[in-house]
Write a protein that binds this ligand. Structure first.
Ligand SMILES: O=C(O)CCC(=O)C(=O)O
Length: 280
C-alpha cells in the first residue's frame, strides 16, 4: 500500500520518469522558509547560486526539517523503498529577468551511483510556473539510460560543471513541471530535463533533494557522505552526515565545507573520465 502517491502516480513515474505536482506544505510555510533563505543571503551579502548552492541541509535546521518531512519522504519511499539516504541537495534560485538557466542534462551524469536509481524531489519555496522557468522534461527519456554529456563554459548555466547533453534526443514533445510554493515534483535520475530563464516578476526558488536507497553505492574513488533520513542502513556505503543544530553556526559551516569539498572532488573525478568541452 503506497504511503502518499496514488497507484496512478507510481505508474506515471515508471512510464514517464516524473510526477508533478505533489502537494506537501502550505504556501505560508514555504514563504517562511524563503524568508529564512533570503535573510541568510542578506546577512552574507551574496545570493545563493552557482558555487554556493550545495548541501544547505548541513547548514540550516529549516532545510533539515524539509528533507526529513513525511510529506516528502512518504512519496520518495513509495518509489525507492523505506531505507533512504539524502545523497545531494542543490538550491536553485533564478532572479526575474536574469539570463540564468539550466542546460539539458541527466542528473546521473557525474553521480557515479550504482544502480542509477536516485529520485529528486524539487520542493518549491516560491511559485514556479512556466514563465518563471520551471523544469521542462522529455517524458519517457529516463528509459534511454545514461547519455553522453559535454561541459559547456557559460556563466549563465546554473549547473556546476555546465554539463550538457551531447547527443540528439527527440524534444518535440516536452512537459513542464510547474509547481506552486509548497508543492514538489519528483524525477528520475536519467530523465532528460532543463529549465529556461525566469521571465516572471518574482524570484523562482526550489530545493532539488536527491534521495537514494541505502543499497545504492557510489563507484567513485572518492568516498562521499550522505545523510540517513529514514529507515536503516545495512550497507555502510557512505559516511554519515551531521544534522545542523544552529543556523549556519561554526560547526555547521565546518562540516558543510568538508562535505561539499568531498562531493566536488567526486564530481571532478567523474567528469575527468568523460571530459569534452563545448564553448558558447
Ligand atoms: O531548478 C532547476 O531549474 C533545475 C533543477 C534540476 O536540474 C534538478 O533538480 O535536477
Amino acid at each position: 500500500m503506497p504511503k502518499k502517491l496514488t497507484p496512478d502516480q507510481i505508474s506515471a513515474y515508471e512510464r514517464d520518469g516524473y510526477v508533478c505536482p505533489v502537494d506537501a506544505f502550505s504556501a505560508d510555510r514555504a514563504r517562511t522558509w524563503r524568508a529564512k533563505l533570503e535573510a541568510f543571503e542578506h546577512a552574507e551579502g551574496r545570493k545563493m547560486g552557482r558555487g554556493h548552492n550545495f548541501k544547505p541541509h548541513l547548514l540550516f535546521p529549516w532545510v533539515d526539517e524539509i528533507v526529513h518531512a513525511p510529506e516528502v519522504l512518504d512519496a520518495v519511499e513509495d518509489l525507492i523503498g523505506p531505507d533512504i539516504r539524502l545523497f545531494h541537495l542543490s538550491v536553485w534560485p533564478k532572479d526575474p529577468g536574469s539570463g540564468t538557466y539550466v542546460s539539458w542534462h541527466q542528473d546521473a551524469t557525474y553521480f557515479a551511483l550504482e544502480p542509477a536509481c536516485h529520485v529528486t524531489a524539487w520542493v518549491a519555496l516560491t511559485d514556479a510556473p512556466m514563465e518563471a522557468g520551471c523544469m521542462e522534461v522529455v517524458p519517457g527519456s529516463h528509459k534511454l539510460g545514461q547519455l553522453r554529456h559535454a561541459e559547456m563554459q557559460d556563466p549563465e548555466n546554473l549547473l556546476s560543471r555546465g554539463q550538457t547533453l551531447a547527443v540528439e534526443v527527440d524534444r518535440t514533445r516536452t512537459a513542464y513541471m510547474a509547481v506552486k510554493a509548497g508543492q514538489f515534483s519528483l524525477h528520475h535520475t536519467h530523465l532528460v530535463h532543463n529549465s529556461r530563464p525566469n521571465r516572471s516578476s518574482d524570484r523562482r526558488i526550489g530545493l532539488g533533494i536527491s534521495y537514494i536507497p541505502t543499497s545504492a553505492h557510489c563507484t567513485s574513488k572518492t568516498r562521499v557522505s550522505a545523510m540517513l533520513v529514514r529507515g536503516e542502513d545495512r550497507y555502510g556505503h557512505f559516511d554519515d552526515e551531521r544534522r545542523p543544530v544552529v543556523e549556519a553556526g561554526p560547526e555547521e559551516r565546518a562540516f558543510h565545507a568538508h562535505a561539499v569539498a568531498t562531493f566536488r572532488q567526486m564530481n571532478a573525478d567523474e567528469a575527468g573520465t568523460q571530459r569534452s568541452i563545448v564553448r558558447r
